[in-house]
Design a protein around this ligand. Structure first.
Ligand code: KG4
Ligand code: ZN
Length: 361
């Protein structure tokens, strides 16, 4: 349920959220008085696994097939009918152009048919706000660490829509590095959860991978060198072209340790630099248990608070889009534009607070 600290509640509203930016079709219904009242998710992991990564055209086609059945499922679960819906929020970017267009067209069509507004939502703002879905979620201002397959960023989040970039990965995102490292070891897509699973069985002392860009000041990061280090370590370990399970586990452990420690060092620095007391971590990689534990340990020791979403809201989902749309709608944002436009590339720092965000994407 919304706290008055995050929105001015004008009236009860039910907002349908639609997420189709990549390989998950997510739909959810958020009620400003009761919280989330329905949600459904279809993951395309099996569809793309054969190809070792997301195939954009297949992703778009699958969203087309799933979106309306999932929407019906959510309405049925929540006991609502179309006339109960006050707005339709959808992911307008960043993401795969074709996949985004499926969600945008469907959302605009539903909103037009139901006579309610459609609201474009920034996918990363959805991630960033996901921890606020919880009863005891954080309040602004806070430092946000967004770690997903496409982004690794530290931001100063002053209020809804007021985000200032503090630092980011200059090359690969952390999730992308996990996925690429996994692929090199022959682990199935998506790599992050697989590397984390194998790392549990690995020896933490056998290899030490570098902690990139931690020996110089600043909050920017880099993960592509780690990938190369990983590739060379794999090559050194292979016997007759085969990587043993023990070697794979030990490399996974060293790789995960390096990414986690690098992120923790950068977060600690961001907290010192901003003087803020709260850190919010979100995005697919925030599901990583070692990262959650290490970050909490490092920051709580200094009297700082760390928040992250429950695991199912770390990776892509419709709930975070419905919620972000709800916060913006309740804060007065309106869009009267019926055109369908998406932004596959859309820096989060370009977002505006709700009162200034009336208009097109
Ligand atoms: O936020 P998300 O679902 O999609 C994007 O917006 O990119 O993030 C997906 C990324 C993938 O790179 C995936 O490997 C990574 O999050 N990921 C993880 C874990 N779970 C998902 N990385 C490390 N450890 C995990 N447990
Ligand atoms: Zn995401």
């Amino acid at each position: 349920m919304l706290s008055t600290a995050t929105a001015v509640i004008l009236a009860r509203m039910r907002i349908l959220g639609i997420e189709t930016s990549c390989d998950e079709t997510g739909v959810a219904l958020y009620d400003s008085e009761r919280g989330l009242i329905g949600q459904a998710l279809f993951s395309q992991v099996d569809l793309h696994a054969t190809y070792g990564g997301v195939v954009p055209e297949l992703a778009s086609r699958d969203h087309v097939q799933r979106l309306l059945p999932l929407t019906k499922e959510v309405l049925a679960e929540s006991g609502c009918v179309a006339s109960d819906i006050d707005a339709v929020a959808y992911t307008a970017g960043p993401g795969l152009a074709g996949a985004l267009l499926v969600g945008a067209c469907t959302a605009q069509a539903l909103a037009f048919g139901w006579g309610v507004p459609a609201l474009p939502v920034h996918h990363m703002e959805g991630h960033l706000l996901a921890p606020l879905l919880e009863e005891d979620g954080p309040d602004f201002p806070f430092v946000a660490l967004l770690v997903s397959g496409g982004h690794t960023q530290l931001l100063h989040a002053a209020s809804l829509g007021d985000y200032r970039l503090l630092g980011e990965s200059l090359d690969d995102a952390a999730g992308e590095a996990f996925d690429k490292a996994a692929k090199m070891m022959g682990l199935p897509y998506p790599g992050g959860p697989m590397v984390a699973k194998q790392a549990l069985l690995g020896d933490p002392k056998r290899f030490r991978f570098p902690r990139p860009m931690t020996d110089r000041p600043g909050l920017d990061m880099s993960f592509s060198g780690l990938k190369t280090f990983c590739m060379n370590t794999i090559a050194d370990c292979k016997v007759d072209g085969v990587l043993s399970e023990t070697d794979c586990n030990d490399i996974c452990r060293a790789f995960e340790e390096a990414v986690v420690e690098t992120l923790v060092i950068k977060c600690r620095r961001a907290m010192e630099q901003t003087g803020l007391k709260t850190l919010v971590m979100a995005g697919g990689v925030s599901a990583n248990q070692r990262l959650r534990a290490r970050l909490a340990e490092a920051l709580e020791k200094k009297g700082l608070n760390v928040f992250y979403p429950r695991p199912e809201y770390c990776t892509d989902n419709g709930a975070m889009i419905a919620f972000a749309g709800a916060l913006r709608l309740l804060a007065g944002e309106r869009h009267n534009d019926l055109s369908v436009s998406v932004r596959p590339r859309w820096p989060l720092a370009e977002l505006s607070p709700p009162c200034l965000a009336n208009g097109s994407v």
